[in-house]
Design a binder for this molecule. Sequence first.
Ligand code: MEV
Length: 435
Amino acid sequence: MKDTTDIIKGFSRLAKEEKIDLITTLYATDAASANALLNSYMHADAAVQKTHDGFAENTLSNYYLPYGIAPNVQVNDRLYAVPMVIEESSVVAAASKAASFWTWRGGFKARVDSMEKKGQIHLYYRGEKAVFERFFEQNRDRLIEAVRPITDKMTARGGGITSLVLKDLTHIESDYYQVDLSAITMDSMGANFINSVLEAVADEMKRLFKEQAVTGELEVIMCILSNYTPGCVAHVEVSAPVEDMAYGTMEGEVFASRFVRAVRMAEICVERAVTHNKGIMNGIDAVVIATGNDFRAIEACVHAYASRDGQYSSLSHAEIKDGVFRFWIDVPLALGTVGGLTRLHPLAGLSMDIMGRPSASELMMITAAVGLAQNFGAVASLVTSGIQRGHMKMHLNNILLSLGADETQAAAAKEFFKDRTVSHSAVAEFLEKNK
Ligand code: MEV
């Protein structure tokens, strides 16, 4: 059993300075420098800091990530400069390069066919199935009517509940049913809307069940939206004649053919698919974070979607048909452009502004286009020069920075490592010799 003297009591009620003092004193190797470090990452403007502190609980400081831009992302004939928040070198450079490559070849063509999201009331009904089904069918309209105070505004904006159905799952688990809600939440991500509606529907259902003295026993276990959104998918594609697909020193036909085969490998091999999709998510997550959206929800959903046919597979596909190379992706992205952090985080607000205040469906298309661009950049490198060349160039910058190289040393190191393998020790040795 844990020694209770180690347990910190009432931590959340301490003032921020007290929390910092307590944690650094108890746990940091050097309390004074840990304290100074945490304070140095605080925003100079107390109001901005207060906003950030409010996003989560027990906040001690801020954790910075680079905020970059991929310019020249052409989606449906409109050029965007897309904000990307990511800590991995090469990602923004690769997305920018790939976006420009495609801007010269007609850009990304994108569409969103549906933006339906779902949530479920998970419940047990112990009784006669036919009785419960009749109860639900007879009361469905009343349930929808009862939640109008929550749904009216969304309906006026063009969204709202699109269906409410009872699902019988008793073949999987005894007495288990779901009330499955589908909704359109317009420009908001919709979690609060769907959860509020579900809880209100569940309350009304319990009330009616009792009022109508339905036989059997109803037990609502939980009400929650589903982050799996296969009905909220962006489709993005690019295409060009193979002769226009020359990449680096590689001829168009050779490059296109190698590229298609590399994508095929990700379609059929899980080991490759995960890495391939990780490359796509480098781009997608970066935009999702830059716009204050929930990247955990997006990640969880995307990977479930990549397994929808029973085997984890590539999210993107490529083909050559009649001399034309085509590369496309279908990706579920339940993004919002209003509400939540999208308005609260000043930089998320700026991201929206830089992209021209997109609607949620427009943001889905832009984000999917960056994912496809990222994937194109990664696979293009893999099937031509290999990934390490470009990666190491960026990595070299980081090493030089960390070793405190000045401009002259950095320029000399870049020249020296042009055709040599970059490693931390090799760069350190070079700098030592060229002081
Ligand atoms: C690295 O972050 C992403 C890649 O591994 C993606 C891929 O292999 O396609 C380069």
